[in-house]
Design a protein around this ligand. Structure first.
Ligand code: FES
Length: 267
């Protein structure tokens, strides 16, 4: 088989491989079929490129000025070469068309799996469902008034419109009022440990620290949730809150930074 036919066959195989990959992906045939089809396509394309590269001229051509007119035999030879070249040009056109088809299908097979990435997360990684004015609710949905909690008690709380939302969960603490007089002694922090996301479930009133039972990180609630012990490397995000004129405790905005363990956008 000459080189041009080898290229044609390789490009046809590459196209079939790409189509096979697209079909396997669309039919959810399994990653082993997808991988096999993609490998066949890539290998056939590589082979076609290698053979094509060998066809490219590498010799240096010189064209001496001839005496005019050329001898008859030379003109006949030139006509013959021209016809041969025209046939070659036609074959190259066919090859180029097949090359376009094979590369287009290969490009489609590379792009199609991007559908599996799903919707972009947008701002979801940066924020929670807390909004300015949201009243603070218990796990059963009931709202909290300023006199509902005793000093040194805690509650797991959520935004009133997103009770149960894991990212938004917070721990509401009532401190002696002199520690946070603007909010009647109330203070709230994200309940997701900044080490590995366990719930920061324990409060030690004697030292005013929240404690994570997973790896024993401790956070100082009187110092913006600063880490005082354990493997966590940054403070618990503090939820901005206020007491409304109606006596309900409410948020004045979302956490000022992402909650839970750090991720790539966090310094
Ligand atoms: S998850 Fe809290 S200390 Fe590790």
């Amino acid at each position: 088989m000459n080189a041009q036919n080898q290229i044609l066959v390789a490009l046809a195989v590459a196209s079939a491989g790409s189509l096979g990959f697209i079909a396997a992906y669309a039919l959810r045939a399994g990653s082993h079929y997808e991988g096999l089809a993609f490998a066949v396509s890539a290998a056939a394309l590589s082979y076609a490129a290698a053979v094509w590269a060998r066809l490219l001229p590498v010799e240096r051509v010189t064209d001496p000025i001839e005496s005019y007119p050329s001898p008859r035999e030379e003109r006949q030879q030139s006509s013959l070469e021209l016809e041969t070249d025209l046939a070659a040009v036609t074959r190259y056109k066919v090859l180029r068309r097949w090359l376009s088809v094979a590369i287009s299908l290969f490009a489609v097979s590379v792009v199609v799996p991007l559908r599996s990435l799903g919707p972009a997360p947008g701002r979801a990684l940066f924020g929670t469902k807390w909004r300015r004015g949201d009243r603070i609710a218990r796990e059963d949905g009931s709202l909290i008034r300023v006199n509902d909690m005793n000093v040194d008690s805690t509650l797991t709380v959520f935004p009133e419109h997103a009770v149960g939302d894991a990212q938004s969960q917070a721990v509401l603490i009532r401190l002696p009022v002199e520690l946070t007089p603007q909010t009647g002694g109330y203070i709230a922090y994200s309940r997701l440990c900044t080490h590995a996301g366990c719930p920061v479930a324990l409060y030690r009133a004697s030292v005013k620290q929240l404690f994570c039972p997973c790896h024993q990180s401790a956070f100082d609630v009187t110092n913006d949730g600063a880490v005082v012990a354990g493997p966590a490397d940054h403070a618990l995000p503090r939820l901005p809150i206020a007491i409304g004129e109606d006596g309900f405790v409410h948020a004045t905005g979302d956490f000022p930074e992402p909650v839970g363990p750090g991720f790539w956008e966090r310094g």
